[in-house]
Design a protein around this ligand. Sequence first.
Ligand SMILES: Nc1nc2c(ncn2[C@@H]2O[C@H](COP(=O)(O)OP(=O)(O)OP(=O)(O)O)[C@@H](O)[C@H]2O)c(=O)[nH]1
Ligand SMILES: [Mg+2]
Ligand SMILES: [Zn+2]
Length: 355
Amino acid sequence: MIELEKLGFDKWFQENIDSAKLNDRQIARVVSVNKNSFMVSNGKTDIYAELTGKFLFNSESPEDLPTVGDWVYAQLFDDESFAVIHEIIPRKNLLKRKSSGNKIDYQLIAANIDKAIIVQALDSNYNLKRLERYLVMINESHITPIIFLSKSDLISEDEIQSKVGDINKLTPGIKIGSFSNINFSDIEPIKAYFTPAETYCLIGSSGVGKTTLLNNLIHQDLYKTQSIREKDGRGRHTTTRRELIVIDNGAIVIDSPGMRELGIISAESGLDDTFNEIAELSQRCRFDDCTHTIEKGCAVLDALQKGDISQERYDNYIKMYKESLYNEMSYQEKRAKDKKFGKMMHNYLKNHKKN
Ligand SMILES: Nc1nc2c(ncn2[C@@H]2O[C@H](COP(=O)(O)OP(=O)(O)OP(=O)(O)O)[C@@H](O)[C@H]2O)c(=O)[nH]1
Ligand SMILES: [Mg+2]
Ligand SMILES: [Zn+2]
């Protein structure tokens, strides 16, 4: 058990396991995912793993599949060189994001996270609006956020302090660290943000320095040797990067691939392109702020009634518009549960149910 504790298996999980399932199975943590093959660790070794047929058969959505950070019941074979995953141990939480494209779908980032670290670089990547969106995403998963400002070598100390001040105004009390990956003297102080046996996930746009930081935290040479070999579908060994790593002080850190955008569907972009005929119609609505759900003189509702646009297309539009409004809403707006927005959502939902 001590090995598992070092991997982050805390009291919460100990109380949530079904010991009857441990007769022929072990507890392991998913350390990397590559399509339908996995690498799990029992705290002693990394083991190549696959899902049982039953597991796959019973999976209905991406959320039913293991992601990095998940704890699973696994059966070990061949001298612990191969494992079969039977079940996911109930998650403490799940960090997910909207996937790109038109569909409203989710991509899993990681599971069982104590703290999510938003990494934003102090160059043109720095953007308060985007920071807010990450905060919303983390908040929705009930995970504690931390903010790391990277590439501090690119701007002056005064500029950094003014940005830290802006973030503090946006979200008082949040922990904010700044560092440069090229000043090694910055790395030691940044370790203070990591508590042993807690699980952290680094998230942020591509290129902000997440992987470089993790390399610095564990010394690059070590990380290279931690890349693991696994069998691909044709039985060949391929090298995959381990995404979950225990750093020197005993904290567990998960690296995640960069996120281009968050809340892709936005009112200004995408939505109007996808539903251009509705966008055109909406210019003829009587009210400028028409929500196209209950208003008199709404050109969109008129077209729906006449059959110029199909019910399905209309429903899709409303669904996506609702999503985009939610995405556009700022962190503080959501926290304050803006009354106007609540009322609008209420109307949407009411109308949507009616149809
Ligand atoms: N000036 C400066 N450059 C940095 C710093 N940290 C990383 N870089 C550079 O930024 C680039 C991207 O760094 P990565 O660590 O790969 O970024 P990442 O966040 O892991 O990116 P993804 O894996 O694509 O999400 C590399 O060329 C690094 O050398 C820093 O603190 N200062
Ligand atoms: Mg990276
Ligand atoms: Zn309208």
